[in-house]
Ligand binder design. Structure first.
Ligand code: BGC
Length: 247
């Protein structure tokens, strides 16, 4: 069985067909830059373009990069303020005629890793953290997702959230060296350890490719590993969420 997996990101909207049993992509990935401004209408048009590219008539699982509850966007976050209150699945379904299933992007990435990657068969508390434009989280207990957690939004100081301090976009904004970013990530993961005592932390997003560069800098006494599917985890997990109707 195949499902079209789509990953809506701050800079690109990517999709591919996914074989649900193995978690493998059965087509090339197709990427379209995220429209700017990323209003609901503009993003829905891009989603339609992706559907056209794959000539897909069927179920679509879509990872979405904002706080969500049952497919409804609770805050526009890094996309656009007009998303707040939008029932995202209904919007994309009415635009494309395809049945859409919406899941948070970091939950999707975590689902892929728990099923096929770095978190496979790991018991206990596993947290997936994605470091990109934002910081996203996916929290699992014995392989089961607790959806819609927002651990990038834990407060750092002066009312500022950790996402604004330790994400990849914070690194770019502040022109941080690898060492300076490593220090911030160390503080962040120390805090995550304190509040949820995970057995394993999986890092996804752009930074996951360069995890070895932080060797010795992040010391939190919890195993930290890179996502195995890296940038494809979001697509694979979105398709899996649709299959299992997890939200
Ligand atoms: C959003 C999360 C999302 C993360 C990564 C954050 O700003 O609040 O929902 O998972 O960015 O895209």
């Amino acid at each position: 069985m195949e499902i079209l997996g789509i990953d809506v990101g701050g800079t690109g909207i990517k999709g591919a067909l996914v074989a649900i049993k193995t978690g493998e992509l059965t087509t090339e990935k197709h990427r379209i830059p995220t429209p700017n401004p990323a209003t609901p209408e503009a993003v829905a048009n891009t989603i339609q373009e992706l559907i056209n590219h794959f000539k897909w008539k069927g179920l679509v699982g879509c990872g979405f990069p904002t706080p969500l509850q049952h497919g409804k966007c609770l805050s526009g976050g890094n996309l656009h303020k007009d998303w707040k209150g939008t029932q995202v699945d209904a919007l994309f379904t009415s635009k494309t005629g395809n049945n859409f299933f919406i899941v948070n992007d970091a939950d999707a990435a975590g689902l892929a890793e728990i099923s096929f990657g770095a978190g496979k068969n790991v018991k206990g508390v596993v947290i997936m953290i994605t470091l990109g434009t934002g910081i996203g989280s996916g929290l699992f207990l014995d392989g089961k997702l607790l959806p819609n957690t927002e651990f990038g939004h834990v407060l750092y100081k002066n009312g500022e959230i950790f996402e604004k301090y330790a994400s990849d976009s914070a690194r770019k904004r502040d022109g941080l060296t690898r060492k300076e970013w490593g220090k911030r990530l160390h503080k962040y993961f120390k805090h995550i350890k304190l509040i949820i005592s995970p057995d394993l932390i999986i890092i996804g997003g752009g930074a996951s490719k360069k995890l070895e560069k932080f060797e010795g800098q992040i010391n939190v006494d919890v195993p930290i590993v890179s996502a195995q599917a890296q940038n494809e985890a979001g697509i694979i997990g979105a398709a899996m969420a649709a299959k299992h109707q997890i939200k």
